[in-house]
Design a protein around this ligand. Structure first.
Ligand code: COA
Length: 112
């Protein structure tokens, strides 16, 4: 019996997200992003990374907020991958895709 696919998506308004970063400063950044995610990242990339974290919570039905337990890394080709520290989650069963254009960044996460 094939397992049903579970998906989650999220859309981030980049100017509003930039404002949150501005208001929250380093404290906000370090609560949401690991150094590997934030170092040298543009606001577009940060917004896409955040969308991926939110989308992962939806796909996996885990509460949003524990942002540092979800890490988005890019491989040599630039493709994003998710690493999640959660006892019930198998990282190899997750797929993530990110896009950004203009004022919006979005991500979709799928898992079996
Ligand atoms: C991947 C690609 C199609 C992105 O297209 P785009 O319309 O310019 O940009 P989008 O905003 O839709 O997507 C950008 C995001 O795609 C993701 N991405 C980058 N390279 C990727 C790849 N090889 N595979 C999957 N996703 C990729 C990244 O998350 C990136 O955002 P980030 O850099 O902030 O992390 C483009 O970078 C490309 O042609 N790369 C080289 C060829 C390639 O590897 N293509 C794979 C799919 S055919």
């Amino acid at each position: 019996m094939p397992m049903p696919l579970k998906i989650g998506c999220d859309l981030v308004h980049i100017p509003s997200f930039a404002e949150r970063i501005q208001l929250g400063g380093e404290g906000f950044l370090s609560k949401v992003f690991s150094p590997s995610e934030s170092e040298g990242a543009t606001v577009e990339r940060l917004a896409g990374t955040f969308a991926a974290k939110e989308a992962a919570c939806k796909a996996l039905s885990i509460p949003a907020g524990n942002w540092l337990s979800i890490t988005v890394r890019r491989d040599e080709s630039g493709a994003p991958h998710l690493d999640i520290s959660h006892p019930d989650v198998r990282t190899e069963e997750l797929a993530v895709s990110i896009s950004h254009d203009g004022e919006y960044a979005m991500a979709v996460v799928a898992t079996t």
